[in-house]
Design a protein around this ligand. Structure first.
Ligand code: NAP
Length: 527
């Protein structure tokens, strides 16, 4: 049951006076549950509990953390239809998407459970002592990853489950041994509270310390700002706009003790579409891209917002086919009137620039909060001169850049800001002719896709969901897959520390049977 209260550790508390509701964009009306924003006292309490919980939680075994994560997954599934219906009423997204995202969220939690149960993720590295080494003895040095401390996670508007309360950031931080304080996204506060209740139930059932998790309601940016500035918070995870992510990053850098902010932000996900591929299967590609641009009403960080090709009959045919196909797709609902407003505003900013041609624009009347898809074209030279055309339009929108030749194509790609993904559509024999373009693309993105679409992010250890700024604030890390745990840990060395006082991961006997680097060799051996 949704109470509208904050989880301050295991307790539901709401002493504040600022209230808000969520919005059903399909029905174009407010939902009935009333949420109470956390007071500064409540936030202080949550952080203080997290700080205390860290002392115990950071040392809990991988096996116990795995049980905790698995029970969170079970408790989320046990929320059953209440969760699905709340999700749909707060997002306008269909039931199928809600269930798919729940499956992904549960899958993420279980994959982190497996990772920490196995245990080798801590990157144990041991260089044994060489007392007789000349001219100086070598000490015994042993390194492993340790959790940073309390982490604040900002829920994302476009993924209420997979990138929010118990989403990838939270799962990774808990797996690492960091307590988590979620700044609930105000647009899906009910979904957030239900998932938070599942985490708290799991924490209680598995004997985790009170404060390992808190869920904080907020209706404006003040709560998030307060949390990021809080001296006992040690890292931040964020998914959303460049403006929001950058503001939090700057705030964290200005603290007396700066802390890392891992923000996954905007991306236009360039798609390079080469002439031979267009000649071979231009019609099919147009259909595929019409679907990809409109998938989820374009509200994916991997939406293909920019298609780049070389002028010619093939590209012209592709533009007309894509423009025809995209108008045959029925418009769908956006997450919230504010997102609709942001879509309309950023779309009109791009379309009001000089030398932009709109080739498809849905003009029929649509229901409130439904988005009308748009495709536009522009010449390579105009695109290069005007960086307003490079910005993300979050929604069903794509701009096709028509370049004179492959040199201009390379220049367009190399002038782009950092991106989450880049896609190359080419016939097998033509891609090698564009190796400079492919290299330029590799330099700008975190993931490169061959003959596919950027929408759809597989959750697996080899996935990189990140990229050069502003796709993310630190391109060395991924936000998806078990390797995202590395954002919440730091390397730590013990020198000449007695064996019995070392953590199990570094003890001679390797009772955990994990893979370790010992004197330069990867092994499961004892010492
Ligand atoms: P957002 O505006 O970036 O907000 C995300 C979260 O950060 C919200 O909880 C918000 O708090 C908080 N926040 C934003 N600015 C802040 C600031 N200056 N200081 C402290 N906290 C701040 O994103 P959104 O609400 O999810 O959607 C708005 C727009 O973001 C979309 O239209 C879209 O352009 C973009 N977006 C992009 C992606 C992507 O993956 N590329 C994903 C989602 C959204 P409050 O809500 O409490 O104000």
């Amino acid at each position: 049951m949704i109470t509208g209260k904050n989880y301050i550790g295991n307790n539901l508390i709401a002493n504040g006076i600022k209230t808000y509701t969520t919005f059903n964009p399909q029905l174009n009306k407010e939902n009935t549950s009333v949420f109470v924003e956390a007071t500064t006292d409540e936030i202080d309490q949550a952080v203080s509990l997290a700080k205390t919980a860290y002392k115990e939680f950071s040392k809990i075994s991988g096996v116990r953390k795995a049980v905790f994560l698995d029970v969170i997954a079970d408790e989320i599934l046990a929320l059953d239809d209440e969760l699905i219906q709340t999700y749909c009423s707060e997002t306008g997204l269909p039931e199928g998407r809600a269930k798919g995202e729940r499956g992904r969220t549960v899958g993420q939690l279980r994959s982190f459970a497996k990772l920490v149960e196995e245990g080798s993720w801590v990157e144990a590295t041991i260089d044994t002592a060489q007392p007789d080494r000349q001219p100086m003895a070598r000490p015994d040095v042993r390194k492993m990853m340790l959790p940073l401390g309390p982490v604040v996670v900002f829920g994302a508007s476009n993924f209420p489950l997979a990138y929010s309360t118990a989403g990838g950031d939270t799962a990774a931080a808990l797996a690492s041994g960091c307590p988590v304080i979620v700044k609930s996204h105000p647009m899906h506060a009910g979904t957030g509270e239900l998932v938070a209740s599942a985490i708290i139930k799991a924490a209680e059932k598995t004997g985790m310390p009170n404060g390992v998790f808190s869920n904080i309601n907020s209706s404006g940016i003040e709560v998030g700002v307060y949390l990021v500035k809080h001296p006992d918070v040690k890292a931040v995870g964020f998914t959303g706009s460049i403006r929001g992510g950058r503001a939090l990053y700057d705030l964290a850098a200005q603290r007396d003790e700066p802390i890392p902010v891992f923000a996954e932000m905007g991306s236009v996900n360039p798609v390079i579409i080469l002439p031979n591929a267009l000649q071979d299967r231009g019609e099919a590609l147009a259909k595929t891209y019409a679907s990809s641009i409109t998938l989820g009403t374009g509200q994916f960080c991997t939406n293909p917002g920019l298609i780049v090709g070389i002028k010619g009959a093939e590209l012209s045919n592709f533009v007309s086919n894509l423009s025809k196909d995209i108008l045959e797709i029925n418009p769908t609902c956006m997450l919230h009137p504010n997102i609709v407003g942001a879509f309309e505003q950023s779309k009109s900013t791009v379309l009001s620039q000089e030398k932009i041609n709109v080739t498809a624009e849905f003009t029929d009347t649509v229901q409130s909060n439904y988005a009308k898809q748009v495709v536009a074209t522009v010449d390579g030279s105009t695109f290069l001169e005007n960086t307003k055309l490079h910005q993300e339009v979050f929604g069903p929108f794509s701009i096709i850049v028509q370049c004179e030749n492959s040199d201009e194509l390379e220049e367009v790609i190399s002038k782009l800001e950092g991106q989450l993904t880049g896609t190359v559509i080419g016939a097998n024999d033509e891609v090698s002719e564009y190796s400079n373009v492919v290299s330029a693309l590799q330099n700008r993105v975190g993931r490169i896709i061959f003959n596919g679409v950027p929408t759809g992010v597989e959750v697996c250890p080899s996935m990189v969901h990140g990229g050069p700024y502003p796709a993310s604030t630190d391109s060395r890390f991924t936000a998806v897959g078990v390797n995202s745990i590395k954002r919440w840990v730091r390397p730590f060395s013990y020198q000449d520390w007695p064996n019995h006082l070392l953590p199990d991961e570094l003890k001679n006997e390797n009772s955990l049977e994990i893979l370790r680097h010992i004197n330069g060799k990867l092994t499961m051996s004892k010492i």
